[in-house]
Design a protein around this ligand. Structure first.
Ligand SMILES: [Zn+2]
Length: 488
C-alpha cells in the first residue's frame, strides 16, 4: 500500500493525499493551493497521476484548500464517485462556483491589464513577475481560469452523499467511515479500511466548545494517522478572553467613530463571528453597530447551515429553541451586488464589515482594505489563521507597507488578532485528539498507530508539533510535497 502527499505537506493549503492499495487508487481531498505565488503556481502543475485512473475521491470538507481543484480533476478525466457528507456536498457547490467566477473575472482583468500595459498590442513582459517583485502580491490565478462554472456543474454530478458513522464501500477493497470533525458544517475525519489496515485522515480538526458545530470526534484505533497541524506550537487564548478582546475592539471602534473590518472565511468563521457579535449585543456588552455582511457566498452558506440543524451542537440547539435565529445579527445588511459593496464606504460611521476571504488572498475584503488601510480610525481584525506568505500574514506581523492589487500602500489602520475564535484546534487540542490513540496501550499493540504523519501546517508549526506527538510514543514523519511512503 502506498501513500503520496500531493498537498497539505509543509503547507496549510492544497490538501491532497493519494492512497494506492493495488486494487484501487483513491484520493483524499483535492484542494487548491492558496497564498504566495510559489504556492499558487502548484495549481497549474499537471496532476501527479492520470486522473482517469483514480477510482474515487473522499472529501473531508468544503473549504477551497480541500476541494478547490475538483472541477479541474474532473475536467482532466476523473470519472469516479466523490464521497462527502450532505453539508459538505451543498457547501462545496457554492465554494466551487464562487472559485470559478473569481478565476474567470481575474483572468479577464489580467488580459485587460496586459493590453493596457502594451500599447499597440505588444506583450509588456511578464505582468505577474513585475507584480511579484513588489512583495506580497495578491494573486489567485493567471490569464486562463483553471476551470469554469460549467466544469463545476459537471464535477458536482460526481458527488455521493455519506452519513456520519456509516461504513461505505468506496472502491474495490476499500471502505471508509466519516466522523464529525467539528471544524465547519459537514466537516469529516475520514477513517479508511483497506488491506487489513486502518488509516485515519484528520481533515481539519475543530476546536472544543466552538459555537454552532459539535466537538471533533475522538477515535481510538488506527494503523496510520494523518494529523493536521495548523496551530502546532500555539495555544488559543481562552474563549472568554477572545470574547473580551472582540468586545473591546468593537467598543473602541464605536468610540472613535471608525470602521471595523473583519476578514473572514465565508464558511465557518463568518457564521461564528455573527453568532459571537449577536451574543455580545444581546448581553449589552457592545452597542449594536450596523453590520455589513459583504460576502454573497457567506449568506448562501448561512442558509445551508440553517438547513442542517442535525449538525448543530447542544448549545446551538438550546439557542434555537429559545431564540429565532442565532445565525442572524439584528439588522445586518447583506450586500449581494458589487454596487452595494462599493457603497459601504459612504455609510455613516461607526460600522462593521465582515467580508471574505479570511487570509486576504482575494475576494471583496480587498476592496475594503484598499479604502481603509491608511485610515487610522479603521481597525483590521483577524479572527483566523493567516498562511505563510499571505498578505494577511504580513499585516499581522506588523508590516508598514503593503501591496494591494499591485499598488503599494502605507498601513495606518490598527491591526488586531484574535486566535480564540479559530475553527481549528490549537496544539493542546491536537495533542488531546492524537493522544486518544495511545490511551491504555503501547507501541506494538493492536490499534496503536505505527506512524503519525504531521500534515497541513506551515513548517514551523509542523516542527513544533512533531516532538510532542513523538513524546506520546508515536513514530512520526513530516512528509514533503509529492513524497511517497509505503504503508506495511
Ligand atoms: Zn478547513
Amino acid at each position: 500500500m502506498e501513500l503520496t502527499f500531493l498537498g497539505g505537506a509543509t503547507t496549510v493549503t492544497g490538501s491532497q493525499y493519494l492512497l494506492d492499495i493495488g486494487t484501487a487508487r483513491v484520493l483524499v481531498d483535492c484542494g487548491m493551493f492558496q497564498g504566495s505565488p510559489n504556492e499558487t503556481e502548484r495549481n497549474r502543475i499537471a496532476f501527479a497521476y492520470e486522473p482517469r485512473e483514480i477510482d474515487a475521491l473522499l472529501l473531508t470538507h468544503a473549504h477551497l484548500d480541500h476541494c478547490g481543484l475538483i472541477p479541474h480533476l474532473v475536467a482532466s478525466g476523473f470519472r469516479g464517485p466523490i464521497f462527502a457528507t450532505a453539508g459538505t456536498n451543498e457547501l462545496t457547490g457554492i465554494v466551487l462556483m464562487d472559485a470559478a467566477k473569481l478565476q474567470t473575472e481575474f483572468a479577464k482583468r489580467k488580459r485587460r491589464e496586459r493590453r493596457r500595459h502594451a500599447p499597440g498590442g505588444q506583450p509588456a513582459g511578464n505582468v505577474e513577475a513585475d507584480l511579484r517583485a513588489q512583495g506580497p502580491v495578491v494573486k489567485t490565478e493567471i490569464e486562463e481560469p483553471l476551470y469554469t462554472e460549467a466544469d463545476v456543474v459537471a464535477a458536482m454530478g460526481h458527488f455521493r452523499q455519506v452519513s456520519y458513522g456509516a461504513q461505505v464501500d468506496v472502491a474495490r477493497g476499500m471502505t471508509a467511515r466519516f466522523h464529525d470533525a467539528g471544524h465547519i458544517l459537514g466537516s469529516a475525519i475520514i477513517e479508511i479500511h483497506a488491506g487489513g489496515r486502518t488509516i485515519v485522515c484528520s481533515g481539519d480538526l475543530g476546536r472544543q466548545h466552538s459555537p454552532i458545530v459539535r466537538d471533533p470526534t475522538v477515535l481510538g484505533d488506527a494503523d496510520y494517522v494523518l494529523i493536521e497541524s495548523t496551530y502546532g506550537g500555539r495555544e488559543h487564548e481562552p474563549e472568554a478572553k477572545a470574547i473580551e478582546i472582540l468586545a473591546e475592539t468593537v467598543n473602541a471602534v464605536n468610540d472613535a467613530g471608525g470602521v471595523l473590518l473583519v476578514p473572514s472565511f465565508a464558511i465557518g468563521r463568518t457564521q461564528d463571528m455573527i453568532w459571537e457579535l449577536d451574543q455580545l449585543v444581546a448581553a449589552k456588552r457592545i452597542p449594536q453597530l450596523p453590520l455589513y455582511l459583504d460576502s454573497p457566498m457567506a449568506s448562501k452558506a448561512t442558509d445551508i447551515y440553517r438547513r442542517h440543524p442535525e449538525c448543530f451542537d447542544d448549545e446551538m440547539r438550546a439557542l434555537l429553541a429559545t431564540k429565532e435565529d442565532p445565525l442572524d445579527y439584528p439588522g445586518a445588511k447583506i450586500t449581494n451586488d458589487p454596487d452595494e459593496s462599493r457603497a459601504i464606504k459612504d455609510a455613516p460611521r461607526p460600522y462593521m464589515i465582515v467580508a471574505s476571504n479570511g487570509m486576504l488572498t482575494g475576494g471583496r475584503v480587498l476592496a475594503h482594505l484598499r479604502d481603509l488601510i491608511d485610515d487610522p480610525n479603521a481597525t483590521l481584525l483577524f479572527v483566523g489563521y493567516q498562511g505563510e506568505g499571505t498578505l494577511g500574514a504580513y499585516l499581522q506581523a506588523g508590516t508598514k507597507r503593503a501591496v494591494i492589487d499591485g499598488v503599494e500602500r502605507d498601513v495606518r489602520c490598527r491591526v488586531r488578532s484574535i486566535d480564540g475564535f479559530s475553527a481549528h484546534a490549537d496544539e493542546p487540542g491536537l495533542l488531546g485528539w492524537i493522544g486518544a490513540f495511545a490511551k491504555g496501550r503501547r507501541a506494538g499493540d493492536a490499534g496503536f498507530p505505527r506512524q503519525v504523519f504531521i500534515v497541513h501546517g506551515d513548517p514551523d508549526a509542523e516542527h513544533a508539533l512533531e516532538p510532542k506527538v513523538r513524546a506520546l510514543g508515536f513514530a512520526t514523519k513530516i512528509p514533503t510535497w509529492r513524497e511517497r511512503v509505503t504503508l506495511d
